[in-house]
Design a protein. Structure first.
Length: 336
């Protein structure tokens, strides 16, 4: 497989970030996480993975990303790989990863994962990788309004999983026989934290203007790349191309516009057999399967082309919402 080319390159917290999202690039149909982290991020988890030699013209972070695409990273899925040169983003922040070995725990489901590529030599190259990881961690904490107490190690989540008790930093560094990670940073975790704190104190970490144009993609949902109708540098052109039941997504997978054109409040809809019902517009977890006749609660299109439904026409628009809304259903399950 040829060296990957990012869809966009930005500078985030002083680190060059190459975006290559597996939600868009998955030619080998590798298994992917599906749980949303939208509005649920509680911190950043730091990992170490081993330094590797790479061909001229690329970096270890690109090579690890390529290995993931090729299904050579087993079931590891992280948001960022970071080396001494740059970072490669593999997952949108709105999607959980597989990295903390805590199943459905907060490590996997609610933290952004950084894999810092280093060696045991702790030479100048390793120190630059670590510095880039610290800058990226600080920028992410700042982006989500979090402080240094929301910086975690992989080992923290293993200790939580195993029922250990202690402060955040005690759990970050406490011995766990399963794994001590980040292996090359843990011996000086306190110093690493100070470095992250210094970048937090340095000023606002913002995303610079991208060297590649922002592209707005028109899809039924961000995860459904096969439904894409097109990608546009102009938001207005993307909106014009957006069919009913489709949404316009920015480069981070956020829906910025949804076309709900022909559906109205109180409209009667026949829902196909075995249709997934969701508890919100963003979640990927199915509450249950339904079919039959329902009514559109307000006729307003939500994220992922979903609409709120209810069981009786007199319930439409009534509050409290939780008492009258049955759930969310994607419009393409309506028999029209």
């Amino acid at each position: 497989m040829a060296i990957l080319r990012p869809d966009a390159t930005t500078t985030f917290g002083g680190v060059t970030v190459n975006e290559y999202l597996l939600t868009k690039h998955n030619p080998n149909h590798i298994d992917m996480p599906s749980v949303s982290m939208e509005g649920k991020v509680i911190g950043v988890t730091v990992h170490n993975t081993d330094w590797i030699s790479v061909a001229s013209g690329t970096t270890p972070a690109e090579q690890y990303t390529r290995a993931t695409v090729n299904n050579n990273m087993k079931d590891v899925r992280v948001h960022y790989y970071v080396d001494n040169v740059c970072a490669w983003q593999n997952l949108p922040h709105s999607l959980s990863g597989w990295h903390a070995a805590d199943g459905s725990g907060n490590g996997n489901r609610r933290t952004i994962a950084i894999e810092c590529i280093m060696s045991s030599a702790y030479n100048s190259t390793d120190k630059k990788s670590e510095d880039n990881a610290a800058k990226l961690a600080a920028a992410l904490l700042k982006q989500y309004g979090l402080d240094i107490n929301h910086l975690y190690t992989h080992t923290h989540w293993l200790n939580v999983r195993d029922g250990r008790n202690g402060t955040i930093d005690q759990l970050n560094t406490m011995y766990n026989r399963y794994k001590m990670c980040p292996a090359y940073i843990l011996p000086h975790w306190a110093e690493f934290k100070k470095k992250v704190q210094s970048y937090l104190n340095a000023g606002t970490s913002t995303i610079s203007a991208p060297s590649a144009k922002q592209l707005y993609r028109v899809r039924k949902s961000w995860a459904d790349a096969k439904s894409q109708l097109g990608a546009y540098s102009s938001l207005e052109n993307a909106k014009k191309a957006c069919k009913v039941g489709y949404s316009v997504f920015d480069a981070n997978g956020n829906a910025v516009y949804t076309n709900g054109g022909k559906f109205t409040k109180g409209q009667k809809v026949a829902i196909r057999a075995n249709t997934p019902l969701f508890a919100s517009a963003e979640t990927t977890s199915v509450t249950r399967r339904i079919s039959g006749t329902y009514y559109l609660y307000d006729g307003i299109a939500c994220k992922n082309g979903r609409y709120r439904i209810t069981t009786k026409p007199e319930f439409c628009g009534k509050t409290p919402v939780g008492q009258y809304v049955t759930g969310y259903v994607s419009w393409d399950n309506f028999n029209q």
